[in-house]
Design a protein around this ligand. Sequence first.
Ligand code: NAD
Length: 286
Amino acid sequence: MGQAHSAGPVEGPAAPRYSSLRRHAWISLPLSDTTTEAANGRFLEDKVALVTGASRGIGRAVALELASRGARVACVASLVENAVDTARLCSERTEGARPYGVDVADTALVDQLVREVRKEMGGLDVLVNNAGITRDQLILRMTEDDFDRVIAVNLKGTWNFIKAAARTLMKSSGRIVNIASVVGITGNAGQANYAASKAGVLGLTRSVAKELAGRNVCVNAVAPGFIDTDMTAAIDDTTRAEIVRSIPLERIGAPQEIATATAFLAGPAGAYITGQTLVVDGGLSL
Ligand code: NAD
């Protein structure tokens, strides 16, 4: 513990007493240890993370990034067989990853799955709600089913996992990162259902952040812009070029860039950030 007091200014009378922060698991390390962990990059060593939509795209990149940081990752896809490959790749970075399958929109099955993860992996410290779908259509053509299903997966799916995991995360001073979208802030023609679901995720994030702050659980959202995944693969070249022209950084984002932002919020650097939306969009929403 001595190292924490080695720098001059920390020893002044107004400096916070380090020992008074001991109860907060995420910031209870001596400062030198924190620095060492950050330096070797494995700042999620001994943590269990659950990532939904981990079979491909952003979810897969997030799962691999968290595993690279030392977390044992529960890789969740709609079907367990779709999560096997991601879990294998995670295990090459940190042993102990496991594949799971569930429809995130199914409240009872999500509850059951979170119990299983807790039992089989020995706890839960980081929850990343990433699974999402689009069913784009102009409002005049959008069906009730288009609307309901997008809300059920993107918004209720996120709520389902938070609800099922909250008690455990309260015990572990855990983290929640919800993958939203800039469209939830700006809106987008043809995406009334999707934009509403993602705006809902942002409201959910801020509310749960307020509820769980007293238990030292940080809850944040990452709002990606246009990212190169299967979700955006169907967009034709002309539209794609138009989108790129509208992005100040003049390029489409990579899944890894969302994964890095997510790991930042899930790690020690995110210990004093809660209820926030980290926009990762190359300036698209400016
Ligand atoms: P993707 O289509 O490549 O992957 C989506 C993942 O979610 C898949 O693994 C899929 O199996 C899973 N999933 C879908 N429905 C599910 C369900 N009912 N139950 C369980 N799993 C389900 O998409 P992506 O681009 O990687 O998107 C990941 C997240 O990022 C989504 O929430 C999406 O809305 C968000 N996002 C993506 C972009 C982008 O440009 N790609 C932009 C902003 C936000």
